[in-house]
Write a protein that binds this ligand. Structure first.
Ligand code: HEC
Ligand code: HEC
Length: 375
């Protein structure tokens, strides 16, 4: 209880700080997005910085041009209807806090991600260069609706893609705590009325009347997240050393694991679990940003985010199997595996089904340093 209260206070303080700096900086970013043709040299270099960071951290899921759906359900960030309706702050908070419980990590340094606030802003500025239509001024209409009627309409028109409880089937999670905290009623209404061009999200303004849309929105607002907001995480400064890598060897001194791969690349979770229990010697690398690792990971896995993998080449052993994983289920782990293979590591495999599957199976996972805070 006490501990939670403490986290909450810390969270609030962090939130206020982030908000305060967000407001300070958004003046500049706002001007940038308003008229890109006016961009001067310093602003341009902001965009260039953002482009480099986007390419490094985001493109493998959202696509090099924000077209989306490169990995699973990473939606289209360059979608015109998204860009005209999403505020800079909504996008920024999405980047910093992610969407807990989905492949979208929290990228804020404070949470174990890799981006400072300033860097996250450069990505927002870069994303704005995709925007060809002026931003819409969303009117903050009061939301009056009937949740019961809304539930029925939602079930009929939305649940197939967004999930009965907003848990997301092949569309964004509407029950996600960060989405619920950062998306305004007006933003959600715009998405429902106008849809997202060239995506599975249709415009509902001709299907549902304004009252029905209000009812659906009202219901969407009642969706309870399956997962609470995460507490801030204090990071120790870790360095990649050969000693640290050695700690990641599972079942040292036992016979080495020998995996048979699918398509010369993937290993099944059941096979990894069998080697885990046998016990046999091998290694597991969590390729997600550390923010995800800290929340929950395969027991005994080493945290080496895909963008850090170059730092451990030469430090990792070459004679035992190394299994990489993420939740996407292959985008980040595949990238990490490819870099290792290019560097001459031959015994590298990608966990086929990804981490969520591993957890669903009840195979050993743990969280650190704070206990899991959901349910
Ligand atoms: C491992 C794949 C992956 C990577 C890497 C990734 N994302 Fe995402 N992102 C997703 C998914 C999946 C979602 C949708 C989550 C949901 O709501 O279900 C998402 C959602 C978002 C959203 C919210 C969009 C909306 O419509 O509300 C933003 C903004 C975003 N990502 C930006 C980024 C940026 C910027 C980066 C790089 C710093 C990044 N993402 C890296 C998978 C990824
Ligand atoms: C056929 C599948 C499908 C149906 C049905 C559907 N959606 Fe969507 N929805 C999507 C997809 C896919 C996206 C993301 C599109 C993109 O921007 O790439 C989306 C985006 C959204 C967004 C924006 C979320 C974000 O993070 O940006 C909202 C809000 C939304 N849908 C609400 C609804 C509601 C309410 C209904 C029912 C009236 C509904 N949707 C019906 C597939 C669907």
């Amino acid at each position: 209880m006490n501990r939670h209260g403490h986290h909450w206070r810390l969270m609030t303080v962090t939130g206020v700080l982030i908000l305060a700096s967000a407001i300070l900086i958004s003046v500049d970013a706002g001007r940038l997005s308003a008229d890109p043709s006016e961009a001067k040299t310093p602003a341009l270099s902001l965009v260039q910085k953002g482009s480099v960071l986007y390419e490094k951290y985001c493109a493998l899921c959202h696509g090099p041009n924000g077209e989306g759906y490169l990995a699973d359900d990473a939606n289209a960030l360059s979608n015109p209807d998204f860009l005209v309706s999403a505020s800079d702050d909504y996008i920024l908070q999405g980047i910093l806090q992610g969407r807990p419980g989905t492949p979208m990590s929290a990228w804020a340094k404070e949470e174990g991600g890799s981006l400072t606030l300033e860097e996250a802003w450069t990505i927002v500025s870069f994303m704005r260069t995709w925007q060809k239509e002026p931003s819409i001024v969303l009117s903050p209409e009061a939301l009056k609706g009937n949740a019961i009627n809304g539930a029925a309409l939602y079930e009929r028109w939305c649940a197939a893609c967004h999930g009965k409880q907003g848990e997301g089937v092949n569309a964004p999670e509407l029950a996600n705590p960060v989405f619920q905290q950062t998306a305004s009623d007006a933003f959600i209404r715009y998405a429902v009325q106008n849809g997202r061009r060239r995506s599975a999200m249709s415009a509902y303004k001709d299907t549902l009347n304004p009252q029905e849309i209000n009812d659906v929105l009202y219901f969407v607002r009642t969706l309870k997240a399956h997962d609470g907001p995460r507490p801030p995480i204090i990071l120790e400064n870790e360095e990649y050393t050969a000693d640290a890598m050695l700690k990641g060897v599972l079942n040292p001194g036992k016979p080495p694991a020998d995996f048979s791969l699918i398509e010369n690349r993937y290993v099944l979770a059941d096979d990894v679990f069998a080697a885990y229990n046998a016990p046999q010697t091998f290694m597991i690398i969590d390729a997600r940003p550390k923010s995800d690792f800290l929340r929950s990971h395969i027991k005994g896995a080493l945290s080496i985010p895909f963008y850090d993998i170059e730092s451990v080449i030469g430090l990792l052993p070459k004679d035992i199997w190394i299994v990489t994983y993420c939740v996407c289920p292959h985008a980040l782990s595949g990238k990490a595996a490819d870099k290792l293979k290019t560097a001459g590591y031959n015994k590298v495999a990608v966990l086929d089904e990804g981490f969520f599957f591993w957890q669903k199976k009840g195979y050993p996972s743990e969280s650190s340093p704070v206990p899991e805070i959901n349910k």
